[in-house]
Design a protein around this ligand. Structure first.
Ligand code: GTP
Ligand code: ZN
Length: 188
């Protein structure tokens, strides 16, 4: 695991402030490099986590029907511009062989993959693949809806535009009826 280097971030933030023509020694900015370093440590803490570790809590519950946790809010950082993108994730799976994980662990997995420089597609497939690899369920569906600030506050400037990504595995990939049922539940 690579150490989180707060000092380096502070130096970098001071340099950015200087580069934009600000005075890093003026009162309002004095603690800014320290604050940004603390904030980055928080928003990038997922870099030290593997979402699969969260699925280690497995209950031997005999339920081979849909489990869906929807509207899990998240904040992430666009890896191209280092500005936030945020929204909700929906995770559904059909357990196999009694392998059911804790509901909160699905939300913890979302935290682990969103708290790092990211792409929305990668968040979606990383969560889906982690579930497949640890629980070996009959099927997994992950849908992520997000607003990207790099598309709203800058660049193309399209506030309100939403990006939706999905990853489907197993029965949800092979069975259109199962997929449309779960998508209906996500929308409802
Ligand atoms: N596929 C994908 N693209 C993303 C994501 N977040 C940001 N982007 C896009 O990354 C692209 C980067 O494009 P570039 O042309 O390299 O950078 P840019 O000149 O800043 O692009 P503009 O945003 O169009 O001004 C942009 O089209 C962003 O909309 C994401 O999660 N997934
Ligand atoms: Zn971006």
């Amino acid at each position: 695991m690579k150490e989180f280097d707060k000092d380096k971030i502070q130096q970098a933030v001071t340099m950015i402030l200087e580069a934009i023509g600000e005075d890093p020694t003026r009162e309002g900015l004095l603690d800014t490099p320290k604050r940004v370093a603390k904030m980055y440590e928080e928003v990038f803490q997922g870099l030290n986590q593997d979402p699969k570790d969260h699925f280690a809590t497995i209950f031997g519950e005999d339920h081979e029907e849909l489990v869906l946790v929807k509207d899990i809010p998240f904040y992430s950082m666009c890896e191209h511009h280092l500005v936030p993108f945020f929204g909700v994730a929906h995770i559904g799976y059909i357990p196999r062989g009694g392998k059911v994980t804790g509901l909160s662990k699905l939300a913890r997995a979302v935290e682990a993959v969103t708290r790092r420089p990211q792409l929305q597609e990668r968040i979606t497939s990383h969560v889906a693949n982690s579930l497949v690899e640890t629980l070996d369920p009959h099927g997994v569906i992950v849908v992520v809806e997000a607003e990207h600030m790099c598309m709203t506050m800058r660049g193309v400037k399209k506030p309100g535009s939403k990006t939706v990504t999905s990853a489907v595995r197993g029965v949800f990939a092979n069975d259109a009826a199962a997929r449309s049922e779960v998508l209906g539940l996500i929308r409802s």
